[in-house]
Write a protein that binds this ligand. Structure first.
Ligand code: AMP
Ligand code: FES
Ligand code: ZN
Length: 300
């Protein structure tokens, strides 16, 4: 197979695009997909400061690298979750990338800075680990962005992630989540703008990007996520994609274009009813936000 762009021998095939690419043209293709996503959705304005949440995995490191190449002013943020060896290794990959490129990495350590790790926090609060983890990430990412004076918080969620979350939300008809599942969430009410510039790339592409760009990343998946529902949705969509390449893209982007606007009023109304948490000021439907309640139960 030949590269679609330069006709040299291809090193990777992207079936969804019915195309092969050589190394340089593939890296170019990934950057173009991200640039287009940022432009189409108005994710990052000129001169804005971006904080990229970097887990040490392929997606967030590829994202940080691509933003740098596109000339975006982007620092990294690593959150240590206290999940044993997995977290130790993840932090090392994030730090190694930052040192290698002379980039700034902000670090927060959940056990040292907040007082609990995810396995303990989840157990004490009777939550699934991924739920305690997601809650902590959302809160601490936003807080770090606000504290550091950043305009935008970027995460490495890719097309596979977003299609799987959408699939789960549709299976349960979680209309409130459907109204919030957007690649850009505007700033306001104590939140910085949140963006997902990788939604046009699949996880196979972000992995290939890192390999071809010479970026070392954490290959292991989080041990706490094993067997969760989200992974089941990914497997189901992979089976569909295998038979009909492009299905995930059509599913997700079709939703954004044609279905998502039907659900946004409900989500907006819910957001308007939030009040500041009595402890930390984060907007919440109750008096004390879910993160502060988790901290209260879990911190020793
Ligand atoms: P995940 O929920 O693990 O699929 O991660 C989704 C995105 O959240 C990643 O692409 C990162 O941008 C961010 N993220 C996940 N874990 C961490 C972490 N420990 N520190 C910083 N960012 C993270
Ligand atoms: Fe959050 Fe695994 S990364 S539970
Ligand atoms: Zn709070």
């Amino acid at each position: 197979m030949k590269c679609r762009r330069c006709r040299q021998p291809a090193v990777i095939e992207v079936r969804r695009h019915n195309a092969g690419f050589c190394r340089d043209c593939f890296l170019h293709h990934c950057r173009e997909q991200v640039r287009r996503t940022i432009d189409d959705f108005g994710m990052i304005g000129p001169g804005e400061r971006v904080l990229v949440a970097v887990s040490g995995g392929k997606d967030s490191l590829a994202l940080w690298d691509i933003l740098g190449d596109l000339g975006v002013d982007a620092d990294g943020l690593y959150l240590g979750l206290g999940i044993g060896e997995y977290s130790g290794d993840s932090g090392r990959y994030a730090r190694a990338y930052a040192e290698g490129r002379g980039a700034k990495l902000v670090e927060i350590d959940l056990p040292a800075d907040v007082g609990f790790d995810i396995p303990t926090g989840a157990r004490v609060a009777h939550r699934a680990p991924c739920s305690a983890c997601g809650l902590s990430k959302r809160h601490l990412f936003n807080q770090a962005a606000v504290d550091g004076g950043y305009d935008v918080l970027a995460t490495g969620h890719n097309l596979d992630d977003e299609a799987a979350v959408l699939f789960g939300n549709v299976l349960r008809w979680s209309t409130d989540y459907l109204g919030r599942q957007l690649p850009v969430l505007p700033a306001g009410n104590g939140f910085v703008r949140k963006v997902k510039p990788l939604v046009r790339l699949g996880e196979r592409e972000s992995a290939a990007y890192c390999v071809l760009a010479g970026i070392d990343y954490q290959v292991e998946e989080c041990p706490m996520a094993e067997g969760n529902r989200h992974l089941g949705y990914k497997e189901a969509l992979n089976a569909v994609e295998e038979r009909s390449p492009g299905s995930k893209h059509t599913f997700y982007f079709g939703f954004l274009e044609r279905a998502s606007p039907l659900f946004t009023p409900e989500a907006r109304a819910e957001r308007d009813e939030l009040r500041p948490c009595a402890r930390c000021g984060t907007p919440t439907p109750g008096d004390i936000c879910a993160f502060c309640r988790l901290v209260e139960r879990a911190a020793t």
